[in-house]
Write a new protein. Structure first.
Length: 330
């Protein structure tokens, strides 16, 4: 199975804080994801100058596809960047991770997510979408989807209904399955109608966390996954440290989380999707798909950001191969 992602092409600029003191100066609420304009971005960048920072390609769908390619599955990414240093970094970093990119360039500044990580492992985002948010429906081309079997879309794109509808329609015309990550509680609350259209008509595999599932169907995780699985082929509700539920038809599987010490929760949901989709590509059982998702999510929270070292990936691949072999041996 070959997987292409569609989402906001963002460069993550990560900084570790020793306290919560500078949130007020940056105008950010701890633990949230706030969209910022260029003026606020410059203010935050000035504060970041005194901090040790690391860069990584980011954005929900980009993270998920990077994880899949690191597991050995062919992956691609469609997005939009500016002709600047962050845009070039995003392209290079994705390609370093084995992702084939279809990136449209423009004269606007590239998108970036100023990511603050506090000692409790919580992340706070000031996200400047920039060029990423200017990707339009008419810039999508059927050839971008050619050669792939599944399109993975991040929920943040629902704010442009024409774009997301064109994407899923092209995907279906080209014979792809569609997987959709609901992105955030606020996205679901504010864009219920278009998400309902997508889930009812286009989505094959749906990822939500417990807050997003509650916002969409008004039910606790176990009941929510049963409801969602009646509207798409596979539904997943992630519950953080409490594991996840996977539903398909009338069957529901409960998957435990991988217990790990959380250093930074950035990308846990995205890497869960990577692991789950990898499991599907290997024709694993739903339980095993969920367990691989939990393993990847559990490992990424032990590092700063969403990118893990080659050594960690080698360990993960070995462990996953053992898990699959053991599962098939039963």
């Amino acid at each position: 199975m070959r997987i292409v992602g569609l989402g906001n092409a963002l460069t993550d600029v990560l900084a570790r804080l020793h306290s919560d003191a500078c949130f007020e100066a940056m105008g950010l609420l701890k633990g949230g994801m706030q969209l910022i304009d260029e003026e606020r971005l410059l203010k935050i960048m000035a504060i970041f100058e005194g901090l040790e920072t690391t860069l990584a390609s980011g954005g929900s769908a980009a993270n998920a596809v990077s994880g899949v390619t690191r597991m050995g599955v062919e992956g691609g990414f469609i997005g939009k960047i500016g002709r600047d240093a962050y845009g070039q970094f995003f392209r290079d970093d994705m390609e370093r991770n084995g992702v084939k990119t279809s990136l449209i360039e423009c004269d606007q500044a590239s998108g970036c997510a100023m990511t603050l990580i506090t000692p409790d492992g919580e992340r706070t985002f000031g996200t400047f979408l920039g060029a990423a948010a200017t990707l339009s429906a008419d810039e999508l081309d059927p050839q971008m989807f050619a050669g792939y079997d599944l399109l993975h879309i991040e929920g943040y794109l629902v704010q442009d209904e024409a774009l997301i509808l064109r994407a899923v329609q092209l995907a279906k015309e080209m014979g792809l399955q569609v997987s959709f990550d609901m992105a955030s509680y606020n996205v679901v609350k504010e864009n219920y109608a278009i998400i309902h259209t997508l889930v009812e008509n286009y989505v094959d595999i749906l990822f939500a966390n417990e807050e997003e599932a509650m916002a969409y169907v008004g039910e606790e995780p176990r009941q929510a996954v049963e409801t969602l699985a009646r509207h798409c082929r596979i539904a997943v509700v992630k519950c953080g440290a409490h594991g996840s539920f996977v539903g398909c038809g009338d069957a529901v599987v409960e998957v435990p989380a991988t217990p790990e010490v959380r250093i930074d929760s950035t990308g846990a949901g995205d890497l869960y999707a990577s692991g789950f989709l990898y499991g599907l590509s290997q024709h694993c059982s739903l339980r095993m798909c969920g367990e691989i998702g939990s393993l990847l999510a559990g490992r990424v929270i032990k590092v700063i950001g969403t990118k893990m070292s080659d050594e960690i990936w080698a360990e993960i691949k070995l462990k996953v191969a053992e898990m699959i072999a053991e599962d098939r041996g039963h």
